[in-house]
Write a protein that binds this ligand. Structure first.
Ligand SMILES: Cc1cc2nc3c(=O)[nH]c(=O)nc-3n(C[C@H](O)[C@H](O)[C@H](O)COP(=O)(O)OP(=O)(O)OC[C@H]3O[C@@H](n4cnc5c(N)ncnc54)[C@H](O)[C@@H]3O)c2cc1C
Length: 577
């Protein structure tokens, strides 16, 4: 029986991280729910046991049902019947299996029927589901919307919607419009207060909405007439029972074909305000997006794991020149780099999840009682780190999932190009990961703050100060030399002023240099705990060293005047026809 949790020791390794005892204690408020709710844990060991048992179920459903259905779902896709989206048969089966196992609303408090999972095991479940079927992970993962309702909506809205999520009611996050993609400040969908109906009314078009026909929709809309920026936007919850939306079409996509992506017309749709007016984009969407970016990180790692395994299996079985192709340096180099990138992505994922766990728990406790000084400092410090790690995570893991699925096809040779092999689908599924929830370019726009305010370099120095066994001294020395090279490049970029176009032009290079350093350090820390990560640590640092050198050389030799050479392409004055 395939079980995508039990067959993956790396997941258990991260679940047993030394900080988990403290994280779970905070999340469980020192196990205050014990005795009040069935299955509430009595102590850390009990909680960990419950996480493992639940993840085993996720692993079994993902291995036995989601993965098995993935091919037919990719082929069949969803359809529209009478203005309603009908999932592919396999998608419906996936949804029911996870719903019946109680795996919706996992992170919600028990009072709303949830499992009160901390982020680490919840994200782990998302990774496992994504390994089963990357596209289906969207439908399941949109339960994240529950978090936003829980954090910001009124008690009435919480009571109305949250228990439904646990029952398997589906969600969607409706932000994008034809003229508002990366720039969500441009959202135009109109929200007007209806005095008679005692509700808000939504009118306008949303496009590219995953699971657009969901039961519960969180919608960003312009509530303040005459405004043109983010300060005029509020957040609303819409219940599908009103049937006030026309599904204009389902997109015919390149990948994640089982995940319905719809264009929707809101026709005077009744909705209720979530939280405060005008805070829609500034506060609530930003918070939801951060959760969704963590989700795409998990999706990317799950897909990377799946593609690596397919490629490794094939390379062992396929023989050429009288031996398995795995034996050729050109092939085993690809596989070793795929493994290293997957391990690096995963360690970044769980480091980010742990920081989010800490600060979210402190935030929640702050609503119950006044925090001690030390707790307030911890909240701020973990939040700062989570804020800079989240865009870095989304950037690296999604780009790596694309590289890994690309190489997985390469390892398969011509067979990889055929629909007979799962890697063909995985390669198509990967392509969206660098686009939705903010493109890679937008992740750089967010992450560059960590370069400018010194957040990354402080973190890197903290990792540098951590002790590791003597076998890691060479790796640590290389990491120090990489850090110095980054500082040189940063100094040069700073000499042009952090607001200049020159700086923006090199922002991705600066962010990526920090990423290689952070992933290198995290893998050394992991390898120091368990030597099965030593290989990946060494390979990632070797890879990172050459990437940092490449980026530094580019920046050191770049003149502001060189920008014109790049701009000429877009000006294109010479090729008028
Ligand atoms: C399959 C799929 C599912 C989706 N699901 C949802 C969903 O559930 N809910 C939802 O609300 N949306 C969803 N989206 C929309 C998605 O989030 C947007 O497509 C994405 O944010 C990019 O917006 P855009 O397509 O308008 O591209 P644009 O914003 O037009 O970007 C075009 C190019 O310009 C670059 N660019 C734009 N601004 C900048 C900048 N400031 N700096 C540097 N480069 C920049 C981009 O990186 C990109 O390369 C989905 C999209 C797809 C394809």
């Amino acid at each position: 029986m395939a079980n995508f949790f039990n067959d993956n020791e790396s997941l258990k390794f991260h679940l047993h991280h030394e900080t988990m005892k403290e994280i779970v204690k905070l999340k469980e408020r020192n196990y205050a729910d014990y005795g009040k709710y069935d299955y509430a844990p009595s102590d850390f060991e009990d909680a960990l046991d419950s996480y493992e048992k639940t993840l085993e179920i996720v692993g079994e459903i993902s291995g036995e049902i989601l993965f098995e259905n993935a091919e037919s779902v990719d082929h069949d896709g969803p359809t529209i019947v009478d203005n309603a989206v009908v999932y592919a048969k396999g998608t419906q089966q996936n949804h029911e299996a996870l719903r019946d196992a109680g795996l919706y609303g996992m992170s919600l408090p028990r009072e709303f029927g949830g499992l009160n999972f901390s982020y680490v095991p919840y994200v782990m479940a998302a990774e496992i589901v994504s390994r089963g079927d990357c596209g289906f992970a969207n439908i399941w993962g949109l339960q994240d919307c529950a978090e936003t309702i829980y954090e910001y909506a009124s008690k009435e809205l919480k009571d109305e919607f949250l228990p439904k999520i646990n029952q398997g009611f589906t969600c969607s996050m409706d932000l994008t419009e034809p003229d508002a993609g990366s720039d969500l400040q441009a959202v135009q969908l109109k929200a007007t207060w209806d005095e008679k109906g005692d509700c808000w009314r939504l009118n306008g078009v949303k496009r590219f909405i995953t699971n657009g026909d969901a039961d519960i929709k969180l919608v960003l809309a312009r509530s303040e007439e005459g405004t043109t920026d983010g300060r005029g936007l509020s957040y609303f919850v819409y219940d599908r029972k009103h049937r006030a939306i026309t599904i204009r079409r389902i997109e015919n996509k390149m990948g994640i074909k089982g995940s319905p992506t719809g264009e929707l017309v809101f026709n005077n749709a009744p909705a209720q305000l979530v939280g405060d007016r005008k805070m829609g984009l500034i506060k609530y969407v930003m918070s939801l997006m951060n959760g969704a970016r963590l989700g795409v990180g998990a999706q990317s790692v799950g897909l990377s794991e799946a593609a690596y395994r397919e490629a490794f299996k094939y390379a062992q079985e396929r023989e050429q020149f009288g031996k398995p192709v795995l034996n050729f340096p050109g092939v085993y180099e690809m596989l070793a780099n795929m493994r290293a990138k997957t391990d690096a992505s995963r360690t970044l994922l769980y480091e980010t999840a742990r920081c989010i766990d800490y600060y979210k728990s402190y935030e929640a406790i702050a609503k119950e009682r006044k925090l001690e000084l030390e707790e307030r400092q911890a909240l701020k410090s973990y939040q700062r780190v989570a804020d800079i790690l989240t865009p870095m995570l989304k950037l690296f893991t999604s780009e790596y999932a694309n590289q890994i699925t690309y190489d997985a096809i390469q390892v398969h040779g011509g067979s990889g190009f055929m629909k007979d092999y799962a890697v063909e689908r995985m390669y198509r599924d990967a392509r969206i990961l660098t686009i939705y929830e903010g493109t890679s370019q937008l992740q750089v726009v967010a992450a560059i703050r960590g370069v400018i305010n010194g957040g990354y370099i402080n973190l890197i120095k903290e990792y540098e100060a951590k002790k590791a066994g003597p076998e890691f001294s060479t790796m640590k020395k290389v990491l120090v030399s990489m850090r110095k090279r980054f500082e040189e490049a940063q100094e040069r970029a700073n000499s042009f002023g952090s607001n200049s176009e020159f700086y923006d032009f090199n922002a991705r290079r600066l962010v990526e240099m920090c990423g290689y350093l952070i992933m290198g350090h995290l893998l050394v820390i992991d390898a120091n705990r368990c030597n099965s990560f030593t290989n990946s640590a060494e390979l990632m640092i070797r890879m990172g060293q050459s990437k940092v050198e490449e980026a530094a050389t580019f920046i050191m030799n770049f003149e502001e005047a060189s920008l014109a050479k790049y701009k000429i392409v877009s000006d294109c004055k010479n090729c008028e026809v």
